[in-house]
Design a protein around this ligand. Structure first.
Ligand code: TMP
Ligand code: ASP
Length: 259
């Protein structure tokens, strides 16, 4: 596994060449970044938890008919995925005002929005991922109008499903970010859910206490990030085998397929 070709390295994940053409290995790192990597830390155990949580959510979404790039989890930190052409947009769905929309529109964090709102951001680190409109997306050719409609419809279905799923375990889905890719199959092009869905890319608040169970704990220097992600995994009924993320000190089993 160690001699695989690295296709791409992002802030929290690495993509390696897969076992056959059309497949890639997505590796979850422990790196946490915020504010376009101006803030960076390695948080022991985060990648293991995100791999499991993202696997769980992609499998549940596939069950309701959302096409995804996910094939199967390979080990603690890696999953096999289909290679797609990533659409250079971050699609954000919001249910409750928090983060950038609270700032931009002067809303108090925690205010329910009149309805779920879908936003698009252009994926370009050099520009700090600026928000863009459908006009920009079609004028610059990042996606065609039917693709925008499909991404919007899928994003809203994903939101409805995940909001219910999280509410069932006492967690409010405040907002989240997803990415889509184009997959060519039998001469047909389909848009599929790609990347990851994890507490790195969602805002999750405990229903009872409003405690943050997501990456805002890191962005806002609150501490307790891995504990919060582990709590999310626990409530979803999934925990990494042997829960390696818990072992910060003392002897640690090093598995040969972990890297
Ligand atoms: P925002 O309020 O900062 O715009 O974030 C909205 C949602 O998108 C929130 O759940 C965090 C997630 N997000 C990412 O996953 N990656 C990013 O680069 C940003 C800015 C936000
Ligand atoms: N993931 C982005 C970054 O590194 C931003 C964020 O999630 O806040 O910088």
């Amino acid at each position: 596994m160690s001699k695989r070709r690295r296709i791409y390295e992002g802030k929290a994940k690495i993509l390696y060449e897969g076992p056959e053409p059309g497949l890639l290995v997505q590796h979850f790192k422990d790196d946490a970044t915020a504010f376009n990597a101006k803030k960076h830390e390695v948080i022991d155990g985060k990648g293991v938890l995100n791999n499991r949580i993202s696997e769980y959510l992609f499998l549940r979404l596939a069950e309701i008919g959302i096409p995804t790039h996910f094939v199967k989890r390979l080990n603690m930190r890696e999953q096999l995925i289909r290679e797609v052409e990533i659409i250079p947009l971050e699609v954000v769905v919001r249910n409750i005002a928090a983060g950038s929309i609270a700032k931009r529109l002067g809303l108090e964090e925690g205010t329910p929005l009149p309805r779920s709102i879908v936003e698009f951001y252009f994926k370009e680190d050099k520009l700090d991922d600026p928000m863009v409109s459908e006009e920009h997306i079609t004028a610059f050719g990042w996606a065609h109008p039917p693709e925008i409609d499909e991404m919007t419809a899928m994003a809203l279905r994903i939101n409805d499903f995940m909001a219910g799923l999280f509410m069932g375990i006492g967690i409010r889905l405040v907002d989240f970010k997803i990415e889509f890719g184009r997959l060519v199959e039998n001469d047909m092009m389909r848009i599929v859910l790609a990347d990851e869905i994890s507490p790195d890319s969602c805002r999750l608040w405990d229903v009872e206490t409003d405690d943050k169970m997501d990456k805002d704990r890191f962005r806002r220097d609150m501490g307790g990030l891995v504990e919060a992600y582990r709590e999310v995994a626990q409530r979803l009924g999934i925990l990494p085998e042997g829960d390696l993320s818990r072992e910060k000190t003392g002897p640690r089993l090093v598995s040969s397929n972990e890297d």
